[in-house]
Ligand binder design. Structure first.
Ligand code: FAD
Ligand code: SF4
Length: 474
């Protein structure tokens, strides 16, 4: 039947495109539903115009409007708009124990088990470590500051081929240098027979005798339905639980953990205002990342830090000095004195679990992301060493998020997490939702805690692992 498939996959980001290819290679008939449209190099623009960006990203706010969450909403999902940092999670991440004393990753999933899948992802996406020649001035300055403090740094890893370092990765790469999923998994999946229906938003999932029915709205807003022997949810950490929560009337045995344990990958962002008198770092130049990171705080504080580049629009959005406004004449004078010559953004990531949750408000997804004691303890713990690092370099540390102002989060994880204990994890280690054979999660929602680094490589490797397990157990 035209609308019956072996597998229906919802979402075409890392969690969706990867199983799509692997199942098609195993001769399964696969359909991918993607709510976004197709963007090619010809459609991308080098601009930070919010109107343009909002066509490629979906934005959800927290209940208190303090935070907004950005994710890709195009064929290829987040891979099309991401900054391209692709590092493997350190081994210790997979041993992480949460506030309840629960070891969140399944016993069977650790760095060693994931390494062959990391290899596959890196080979498919041509991920490699940048050379020092490719590090921006900002990255070089960050490396020098670490060296001044007796700390080490690493060059970051990217899926870029012939990158021109124009700095518009998050707006879509007009040069085709960024090897998003549109360059590898998706065309290969299409060649292997996968059907991608874009501008199709899945709305409801319902079990039937032969698997599951998925109802979706098409480009003309009309409702259609398809059937899959299995269904794989890969809509991201906000939208996969949204779908499950909306479908709860048909999925009554769903774990009450669906939507819970929301975390932001331990993401914090600090500004470093450098002292006067140094050569200008021209902090908007380079990729969307300064391409240098450090693991020097990993052992003692469980965090990594990546230096970011800084387009002017992002600068004014993100930077707030204590006791001052992030706008007005005073801000303008200060901004002119530090931008772009002596300002570095430092992105912190660490393995945390979250106490936020996704819920439905007027049938739309919403996120409750409170500043809990555990989150504020985490922030206080990591501020101290970074403050000391800034001081050694005569730099001023500015906390930019969370800071009471609105801020953005791009790394959402954990809302349908895999795990060994049914009390804490809605999905078993194979990604199958408990109580619902054939219904899987394979995206960021399945990742049980912060990945210690940017999360996409671990999401992708885990999706490869889940796809292999589905194929092997078919
Ligand atoms: C601006 C930005 C920069 C980033 N930079 C980095 C980085 O440098 N390194 C890194 O590791 N990570 C980065 N990330 C995060 C990374 O993009 C995500 O962690 C990753 O893409 C999540 O993968 P996923 O498969 O879970 O979901 P996504 O990649 O978000 O894919 C989900 C897909 O599902 C679709 N969808 C959602 N709901 C439905 C529905 N109901 N029906 C049909 N389709 C639906 C969406 O449109 C989307 O295409 C960045 C994210 C953003 C937004
Ligand atoms: S910095 Fe490189 S990868 Fe990013 S948009 Fe420019 S050319 Fe593409």
């Amino acid at each position: 039947m035209a609308n019956s498939f072996d597998a229906v996959i919802i979402g075409s980001g890392f969690g969706g495109a990867i199983p799509a290819l692997r199942l098609a290679q195993a001769n399964k008939k696969v359909l991918v539903l993607e709510q976004g449209r197709v963007y090619t190099e010809n459609d991308f623009k080098q601009t930070w115009d919010l109107k343009y960006l909002s066509n490629m990203m979906s934005i959800t706010t927290s209940d208190d409007y303090a935070v907004f969450f950005r994710s890709g909403m195009v064929l290829g999902g987040g891979s099309v708009v991401f900054s391209g940092l692709m590092n493997r999670s350190p081994s210790e991440v997979f041993q992480f124990v949460d506030y309840n004393g629960y070891r969140v990753w399944p016993d069977a999933v650790n760095r060693q088990a994931l390494d062959p899948y990391y290899d596959m992802v890196e080979s498919m996406m041509q991920v490699r470590q940048v050379t020092w020649q490719e590090v921006s001035k900002t990255g070089g300055m960050f490396a020098k500051m670490l060296d001044n403090a007796g700390l080490t740094c690493d060059r970051a890893r990217f899926p870029y081929v012939n990158c021109r370092e124009c700095g518009f990765c998050e707006a879509g790469c007009i040069y085709g240098a960024k090897q998003s999923l549109m360059h590898n998994y998706i065309p290969q999946a299409q060649a292997a027979g996968v059907e991608f229906r874009t501008e199709c938003r899945a709305m409801l999932i319902q079990p039937v005798s032969t698997g599951y029915t998925v109802q979706y709205t098409g480009p003309d807003d009309s409702m259609s339905s398809v059937q899959g022997t299995i269904v794989i949810l890969a809509a991201g950490a906000i939208y996969s639980p949204e779908l499950l929560l909306r479908s709860k009337q048909y999925l009554p045995q769903l774990s009450d953990q669906v939507g819970k344990n929301f975390n932001n990958n331990g993401g914090l962002r600090f500004g470093l205002e450098l002292p006067e008198g140094l050569p200008s770092i021209e902090c908007y130049k380079g990729r969307d990342s300064a391409a240098v990171m450090t693991y020097a705080f990993w052992k003692d504080y469980g965090i990594t830090i990546e230096a970011g580049t800084n387009p002017a629009s992002i600068f004014s959005l993100n930077v707030h000095r204590p006791g001052s406004y992030g706008w007005g004449l005073d801000f303008k004078h200060w901004a002119k004195s530090v931008y772009p010559s002596r300002f570095i953004i430092a992105n912190i990531m660490g393995p945390v679990t979250g106490e936020g949750y996704v819920h439905l408000k007027n049938d739309l997804p919403a996120v409750n992301f409170p500043m809990t004691k555990n989150l504020s303890d985490y922030i206080n713990r990591v501020i101290a060493p970074i403050g000391a690092f800034a001081k050694i370099n005569n730099a001023i540390l500015l906390q930019t998020m969370p800071s009471g102002y609105m801020y953005s989060i791009d790394h959402m994880l954990g809302t349908c997490r895999i795990g060994d204990d049914p009390a804490y994890s809605p999905a078993d280690p194979s990604g199958q939702l408990r109580g619902y054979p054939g219904l899987f999660v394979s995206d960021s929602s399945s990742i049980p805690c912060g990945t210690g680094v940017n999360p996409s490589t671990t999401i992708a490797a885990n999706a490869e692992r889940i796809a292999a397990s589905i194929v092997n157990n078919w």
